[in-house]
Design a protein around this ligand. Structure first.
Ligand SMILES: [Zn+2]
Length: 400
């Protein structure tokens, strides 16, 4: 782990051309709780699960956490809008730039893991695909913009309720994805001379290195200065607006495209690879569940984009589908995703505030459940060059 953290420090040092401290301390708490961290000027406090080091999947999260908190020593602790420093912990502080503070920190955290060879190119692209999947699942992406999400964090992101996925979008998640698109757009417009890192370097040199914050409008101005072009439309659509982000358009600058497929819900890993996918969409109720009191399979969210809207409510305890018990997520998946088809109507029995009720839901198609970022078949020289300088990795050919 020490050598991995060293590689993270070196990869991020190379982005800024030096380290702005004499000594930096990583404090790592291991427990049985979740994952999280807090950035300070010359240190960070990170918490992670005690047994997160042997599984590659969990260890990737540990590396992302450490990389994220370390990157904050520049982005947020030194590069920040003026309201964020010196920080007043006694009251709410309002900024429309948390997508750049937290989302871009997430973006550079994972990108520097790629640069440090701690993430393979495939792991890096799979991480983008997972984020796209999570973003597209949330109807709130069409309701709340990134700048609103930042400004309203005190009453929304940190005060989630049963309707949060329908009304809000995380500035971490979408900010990370918009950072990806912005980096690719800047590289494309400047013939790969500059990337998003140049924007951060200029903000650091002009403000952060002198211990001052900047007015919020400076962010867009600095991007426009780096590219000598307008980003009015980009900000209007993807930062201050809710226009769906056309990921394919931006990924194509790097010779990549999005591939969307339907997963076979009955797929058994020991079977033939081809059975992992199927041509028809999976049937979908349009809700997420949570287990309450140790055994009650309960509706947590009902998506406004799904067919259960108006039929089932958050906090309904699921009991049966077509008369057969559903006590676990596995049983629910079997009755809906495996057994049923899009267009089937199912009878759903629930306890609603202790009262037995039955309602019918006509199943819809699940949003594409398999999204992959893959290389295009005939890349141009420009696409290959951009890909290689962006990820500091050779063009993958057909192998990703
Ligand atoms: Zn953070």
């Amino acid at each position: 782990m020490l050598s991995d953290v060293k590689a993270i420090v070196e990869a991020q040092r190379d982005i800024f051309g030096g380290l702005p401290y004499e000594h930096y301390t990583f404090i790592l708490h291991l427990s049985d709780r979740g994952t999280g961290g807090l950035e300070h000027l010359n240190s960070t406090t990170c918490g992670t699960q005690r047994f997160a080091f042997k599984s590659r999947k969990k260890y990737r999260r540990v590396l992302q956490l450490i990389s994220h908190e370390f990157f904050h020593l520049w982005n947020v602790k030194r590069i920040h809008p003026d309201v964020l420093g010196p920080f007043d912990y006694n009251r709410e502080v309002y900024t429309r730039l948390l997508w750049a503070m937290e989302g871009f920190t997430d973006y550079f955290a994972t990108l520097s893991l790629r640069h440090a060879s701690l993430f393979s190119s495939k792991e890096y692209l799979d991480n983008i695909a997972d984020n796209i999947k999570a973003y597209e699942k949330k109807p709130g992406r069409l309701v709340q913009s990134l700048s609103e999400s930042s400004f309203d964090t005190w009453i929304k992101l940190y005060k989630p309720d049963a309707d949060s996925p329908n009304r809000t979008i995380s500035y971490y998640l979408k900010g990370d994805l918009v950072g990806t698109c912005l980096d690719l757009e800047i590289r494309h417009r400047t013939n790969n001379q500059y990337g998003l890192d140049e924007v951060l370097r200029r903000l650091y040199d002009r403000y952060g290195a002198h211990g001052t914050g900047f007015p919020e409008s400076v962010y867009q101005e600095t991007i426009e200065e780096v590219t000598v072009s307008s980003f009015e439309e980009f900000f209007h659509n993807y930062i201050d607006g809710v226009t769906p982000v056309p990921f394919d358009h931006f990924l194509r600058y790097a010779g990549l495209s999005l591939e969307r497929k339907y997963k076979n819900p009955d797929f058994d890993e020991e079977h033939d690879e081809k059975k992992a996918e199927r041509s028809e969409p999976t049937a979908w109720l349009g809700l997420d569940t949570v287990v309450r009191d140790g055994h009650k399979l309960t509706v947590q969210y009902v998506y406004t984009s799904g067919p259960a809207l108006g039929q089932l409510n958050p906090d309904d305890q699921l009991l049966a589908i077509n008369g057969f018990e559903v006590a676990t997520d596995e049983q629910l998946k079997e009755r809906i995703a495996v057994d049923a088809r899009v267009g089937d109507t199912v009878q759903v029995a629930v306890f609603r505030r202790g009262e037995l009720m039955t309602t019918s839901v006509t199943l819809a198609a699940a949003p594409e459940d398999e999204v992959k970022v893959v290389p295009v078949t005939n890349p141009t020289v420009e696409q290959k060059v951009l890909y290689e300088s962006w990820l500091k990795a050779p063009w993958p050919g057909e192998n990703v």
